[in-house]
Design a protein around this ligand. Sequence first.
Ligand code: V47
Ligand code: SF4
Length: 376
Amino acid sequence: MEITGLKLPQDAALRNIAEKVYHRERLTEEEGVLLFEKGTLGFVGALADWVAKGLHGNKVYFNRNFHIEPTNVCVFSCNFCSYSRKYQHRDEGWELTQDQMLDIVKKYDGQPVTEVHIVGGVHPKMNLEFFCEVIRKIHTHRPELHIKGFTAVELDYMFRKAKLSVEAGMKLLQEAGLQSLPGGGAEIFAPEVRDQICADKVDAEGWLHIHETAHRIGMHTNATMLYGHIEQYAHRVDHMSRLRQLQDKTGGFNCFIPLKFRNKDNDMSHVPEASIVEDLRLYAISRLFMDNFRNLKAYWPMLGRQSAQLTLSFGVNDLDGTIDDTTRIYSMAGAEEQSPAMSTEDICDLITAVGKTPVERDTLYHELRVYEPISA
Ligand code: V47
Ligand code: SF4
């Protein structure tokens, strides 16, 4: 087996996993748990880097996008959330009007952004009709801009309030101009964890049903996992396994995005955050286990630029966007990035510094521009 930097461990089961990865065989859930229990950073990292290079060579993707967060008022009470405010305390939060959202879009007129990412709290008064109108207005204003919006949590609430099936509701948004869904709201699927961290919002089956429906009507979506809090290794593997199964069925997921739990100013502040070694191990193991997800994204505003840069040697091939606007869900939870903006030049420098080639992509991972290194 020729894998650069790989030192085979003594443990026979780990050696067997290395062989399976090398022969592109799928890992079982037991093997996934074993990697979390016993796989050193060097071991899982070398394997994950090899897999990522086989898929993407030296390329690392990013896109040029901006975010709109319509509101932080939310009917739900996730214990890890530092960002939401209850409707009774809405004066402490924000609620954008349709015109205010359109003004954010207009700020980018003439700029080479390709995507708008719309996600926020679940406001009891912002309903499906309201969001169909917003999407229609944005789409009419700038038809070539890809609109990615609404977590399964927001959608589940909107559709239930409108008394519509998931399919009927999704089709209305699609007709208005919504093109894909972000991956939020997945957290950890296992009910024994979900009940402790976000008991009152859509459950695993509901989340998966919304994504499956979106895939069936021709939309692509992302998938996330909130890690590094009270979950056990087996819960992570169960979560990834359910996503892997749906991906086998539909092929509709664009990428997998592990989200590191941040503990500032929320009801889980007593839970310590994962170490950088644990972060990198998790990215690497995700790359090995999620064999039918081509793209593994490190969302830099939440990890921080330097940690995100490190993940590029541990299986990650995507850094999300340049994000020219403020996104508050992480800065309010303690992420270092208080105003997460990175210019195209910044993001390219970050990628080239680790010997990789930056590639601008669109939301669906079509390559728009390869930034070749400038030769000396
Ligand atoms: O579902 C909330 C997470 C998610 C905290 O699809 C937290 O391209 C860590 O899903 N610590 C929403 N995480 C954001 C999201 C997302 C972000 C970027 C790109 C994409 C994409 C999707 O944020 C929530 C939750 O898992 N979150 N609070 C916290 N304290
Ligand atoms: Fe609401 Fe999302 Fe925060 Fe949960 S994570 S309370 S659904 S804004």
